[in-house]
Design a protein around this ligand. Structure first.
Ligand code: CUA
Length: 143
């Protein structure tokens, strides 16, 4: 009888976890990071305007910097972010923006975010990558 209660409780807890996961993916639009097939063009850091309110930023990470170091984006834009690395695994985190990617050599991580508020958004490396790790950052300036 007691065992049965434990099993039922455990089952309910798992259901809550699974539900939360789907809830996070769906309702809250927590962007599940996409991994794209790799090609050399991702090794060229650049900002690309797709149309009036859509931009792409191709980030290249290496010890110990991100390119582009500064990207200018008009407020209200939707931005596709792509990140790769030329050497070791780096992290890619936009402070206050719910973006958390890994920049991996030979791979591309992609996510899409919208910048509704003007400001300076800090990009930082959150994966230890050597002695210059804590200085590895970039900025997205939204205005
Ligand atoms: Cu790059 Cu830490």
């Amino acid at each position: 009888k007691f065992e049965k209660n434990v099993i039922i409780t455990a089952f309910c807890i798992s259901l809550v976890f699974i539900f939360s996961l789907f809830y996070a993916m769906g309702a809250k639009k927590a962007d599940v990071t996409a991994c794209l097939p790799y090609d050399k063009s991702y090794e060229t850091a650049r900002v690309n305007q797709v149309d009036k309110t859509t931009y792409q930023i191709f980030y290249v990470a290496r010890m110990w910097s991100f390119e582009p170091a500064i990207a200018y984006i008009p407020v209200g834009s939707e931005v596709d972010l792509f990140a790769t690395s030329l050497d070791v695994v780096h992290g890619f985190d936009i402070y206050n923006k719910n973006v958390n990617l890994m920049a991996v050599p030979g791979g591309v991580a992609k996510t899409t975010i919208k910048f509704e508020e003007p400001g300076v958004y800090k990009v930082i490396c959150h994966e230890y990558c050597g002695t210059g790790h804590q200085n590895m950052q970039a900025e997205i300036i939204v205005n």
